[in-house]
Design a protein. Structure first.
Length: 202
């Protein structure tokens, strides 16, 4: 085929071919990296399991409906506990969306017994009502929990969760850095597995 036979739309957009090839190359590299990870450690993408009978530390505060709420209230259900905050730009919303995708893959009966629980690490700004609107955007069965700062520190430490406030510009203007793990609690109130953000959002 000569250059005269090349369609004008293709000849005038050489960057399109280059971009397509670049995207295909990146996709291939990512696929190989994922395959390599699976072959080296097949369990790496399944989270880290806790020893059998590892009780979940207590969590108690004000629920997204303004009423007292505790983790113990969910006994008989499977709970995905996540520590985050409403002004989180990316990790929190993508994690809640991923948890809802997980819930939707379950049979209907089990779906009703799976609850995502967002524990805010920003109780100074996040109100129960705002939490309710936020979590319900992702799932009709998701819940939010507000714990005052002092007991929140203690509760977070018991779960192995860290958080800190940075770049403080005003009492209500600051950033929050926090641990991104999701902790799966079974119907008996035991921690079964913890997922890292990257594992849950593959």
């Amino acid at each position: 085929m000569t250059s005269d036979s090349i369609p004008l739309s293709q000849a005038s957009r050489p960057w399109l071919r280059s971009l397509t090839l670049a995207l295909l190359a990146v996709a291939a590299l990512l696929s190989l990296a994922l395959l390599y990870t699976r072959l080296r450690n097949p369990q790496a993408l399944l989270g880290t399991a806790y020893p059998p009978g590892t009780a979940a530390p207590p969590l108690a505060g004000t629920g997204d409906d303004g009423r007292p709420l505790a983790l113990a209230d969910f006994k008989g259900k499977t709970v995905a506990v996540f520590f985050g905050f409403l002004n989180c730009p990316n990790i929190c919303p993508t994690t809640l969306a991923a948890l809802e995708r997980v819930r939707q893959t379950l049979p209907e009966r089990q779906r009703k017994e799976f609850v995502s629980l967002l524990v805010t690490v920003d109780p100074g700004r996040d109100t129960p009502a705002e939490l309710r609107s936020y979590v319900r955007y992702f799932s009709p069965d998701a819940r939010g929990l507000v714990i005052p700062k002092t007991p929140l520190r203690q509760a977070a430490a018991a779960w192995g969760v860290g958080f800190e406030y940075s770049n403080v510009k005003a009492p209500d203007r600051y950033d929050v850095n926090h641990t991104t793990g999701v902790y799966l609690v079974d119907k008996e109130g035991n921690r079964r597995v913890v997922w890292d953000y990257t594992q849950l959002n593959l």
